[in-house]
Design a protein around this ligand. Structure first.
Ligand SMILES: [Zn+2]
Length: 127
């Protein structure tokens, strides 16, 4: 069981979880679309943090760049891994780096975003 809290990255106001949505909702307090997400696992004492940063240009529907840094529960191995993901729509790049803090092993994915869409490997990793 994992509990998740979402706060504004700028003013720290508690917000609804909009990090799974394609379009970020600006903070009602300060208008920021930066988020600090904290994940708490009930069987572990320490918190896991996720930082989501979405950059949006005026007039564009989707954020041009999305940066996600987080600890994520890898369901296939049943352990926490550290993950950094950059979705760059402007330059059509999808970069992902997953690191296992226990073994130090890393997995790097770097491919065109247009090519990445559809194979959906990220869905195998559960938050
Ligand atoms: Zn705010």
């Amino acid at each position: 069981m994992i509990k998740k809290t979402v706060k504004c990255g700028d003013c720290n106001k508690m917000l609804e979880d909009d990090t799974t949505q394609e379009d970020p909702i600006p903070c009602p307090n300060c208008g920021s679309i930066e988020r600090n997400v904290e994940l708490f696992s009930s069987d572990e004492a320490h918190a896991h943090e996720k930082i989501v940063l979405k950059e949006k240009l005026d007039g564009t529907k989707k954020p041009v760049r999305e940066t996600v840094s987080c600890d994520e529960l890898c369901v296939t191995e049943n352990k926490w891994v550290s993950k950094k993901r950059i979705i760059d729509r402007e330059n059509d790049r999808y970069r992902e780096k997953i690191e296992d803090p226990e073994t130090g092993k890393t997995y790097v994915c770097d491919e065109p975003l247009s090519k990445y869409h559809g194979h959906g490997s990220a869905k195998k990793l559960k938050e």
